[in-house]
Design a protein around this ligand. Structure first.
Ligand SMILES: CC(=O)CC(=O)SCCNC(=O)CCNC(=O)[C@H](O)C(C)(C)COP(=O)(O)OP(=O)(O)OC[C@H]1O[C@@H](n2cnc3c(N)ncnc32)[C@H](O)[C@@H]1OP(=O)(O)O
Length: 430
């Protein structure tokens, strides 16, 4: 492979629907509805009607089996040329980042000239599966060749077989929720309730201020009567947050610090980002907000408790910064996904810890401190909400827009994911 094949992957822009708390405004909208609307908004914004895009990659963490290629079905619901290939990606909460990073790489290699990448998730329409017994009986009935065979199979159904298996956000290997996992990490790192509540409040204030100054006017398209993320509570105060009871880590008693406000709310939503080569963007007279420079996946061994479930970005960041010869002080803005306030704070504390950086990251010294005035400056998941696979697209589009008009200035992204994984990325303003 020759280095001449490597070219810039340009972030042209993004679109998302406002995020909505589960079981509220989008209770009757499924993943396909939300992703199709998001793609339609992107097509309208950038005049892509009839355009054959190189590839569309997106995904959902909670997906119905009937949506076997959700992204392709959603593309077919838009005015994009139906000859546009599309496929689903799944890397839990890092789904959107993985979709964007892999599409940027295809553009860099010259395999495609344009791409759309993003994600969608609906907690309101989460798949509810049936028991193994009922599934077996229904499969047998489905294979029956005669009516009597079918009735014989169906006659085996007992009331106990009908109990639905409720969806959950528990880790299959530990049976614990992500919140319970995070409570252990937060406690181990000595993260206080006050610093979590402060971070949560800042998220709401920053998001509300960004909406008020019109920052999201060309990033968000209203959907089902919602024009702003309905989880946002600009009227929050530290006093109100301080009164909430713990939601996770209750077994820690007085030392439990995680509440409904400093944890993300369960959310519905979708996002998409348009990427292209420099030439493709110019030919289509499209804006060029930023370049997608690099990304790194990470994974940790969380099952035996050797590392916190959501700490993989701490490791990915170290490798990515080393490869690019950068440190945290080189970044104009940093976006660390607020799965929980304590997730952000644990990563920061890890990077600031000489012991962690030496023993776990194999560095000579601490990775460095983060200038908090550059962190999540337009709000993040605690305020906007976190429709799992849609968070990457929200972050990339938000950061690219913040860096637009600041050529050469860098942005850092960190997104943790279930399964002990995560992604970090670098983009550069133009
Ligand atoms: C998936 C991956 O791969 C990786 C990741 O990102 S990990 C993160 C994944 N996400 C999660 O695990 C979601 C975690 N969140 C949850 O499970 C739930 O939101 C939760 C258990 C934390 C809370 O659920 P809930 O109890 O239904 O919350 P909710 O009723 O909205 O809030 C509880 C109270 O706090 C209050 N509250 C919440 N946010 C507030 C705020 N910002 N300001 C003031 N009050 C607030 C509410 O008003 C409510 O008060 P009342 O009881 O007086 O009505």
């Amino acid at each position: 492979m020759s280095a001449q094949n490597i070219r810039d992957a340009v972030i042209i822009g993004g679109n998302r629907i406002p995020f909505a708390r589960a079981h509220t405004a989008y209770a009757t909208a499924g993943n396909q509805d939300m992703l199709t609307s998001t793609l339609n908004g992107l097509v309208a914004r950038f005049g892509l009607q009839g355009e054959q895009i190189g590839t569309v990659a997106a995904g959902a963490v909670m997906k119905h089996s009937k949506n076997f290629n959700l992204t392709r079905e959603s593309v077919l619901g838009t005015p994009l040329d139906p000859k546009t290939p599309a496929f689903d990606v799944q890397m839990a909460c890092a789904t959107g980042m993985e979709a964007i990073g892999s599409m940027a790489n295809k553009i860099k290699l010259g395999q495609i000239d344009s791409a759309i990448a993003g994600g969608v998730d609906s907690i309101s329409d989460a798949p509810i599966v049936v028991t193994d017994e009922l599934r077996g009986i229904l499969m047998e009935a489905n294979r029956a060749k005669t009516v009597s065979q079918r009735l014989k199979a169906l006659a085996k159904i007992r009331p106990g077989h009908l109990a639905p298996q409720a969806p959950g956000v528990n880790e299959p290997r530990t049976g614990m929720s992500m919140g319970e996992h995070m409570a252990i990490t937060a406690h181990a790192w000595g993260i206080t309730r006050a610093e979590q509540d402060e971070l949560a409040l800042a998220s709401h204030k920053n998001l509300a201020a960004a909406y008020d100054r019109g920052f999201f006017d060309d990033l968000v398209t209203p959907f089902k009567g919602v024009s702003r993320d309905n989880n946002m509570r600009a009227d929050s105060t530290l006093e109100k947050l301080g009164k909430l009871s713990p939601a996770f880590g209750r077994d820690l008693g007085n030392e439990a610090t995680m509440t409904a406000a400093n944890s993300t709310a369960l959310t519905d939503g979708a996002s998409a980002v348009l990427l292209g080569s420099e030439e493709w963007a110019d030919q289509h007279d499209l804006p060029k907000l930023a370049n997608f420079i690099d990304y790194e996946e990470g994974a940790v061994d969380f099952v035996d408790g050797a590392e916190g479930l959501l700490m993989a970005p701490a490791y990915a960041a170290a490798r990515m910064l080393k490869r690019n010869n950068l440190s945290f002080s080189d970044f104009e803005y940093l976006e660390i996904h607020e799965a929980f306030a304590s997730t952000v704070l644990a990563q920061i504390k890890a990077w600031e810890s000489e012991e962690f950086c030496k023993n776990k990251l194999g560095l000579d010294s601490a990775l460095g401190t983060i200038d908090r005035s550059r962190l999540n400056v337009n709000g993040s998941s605690l305020a906007a909400g976190h429709p799992f696979a849609a968070t990457g697209g929200r972050i990339v589009a938000t950061l690219a827009k913040a860096l637009h008009g600041k050529p050469g200035k860098l942005g850092f992204i960190s997104v943790c994911a279930a399964g002990g994984q995560g992604i970090t990325a670098i983009i550069e303003g133009r």
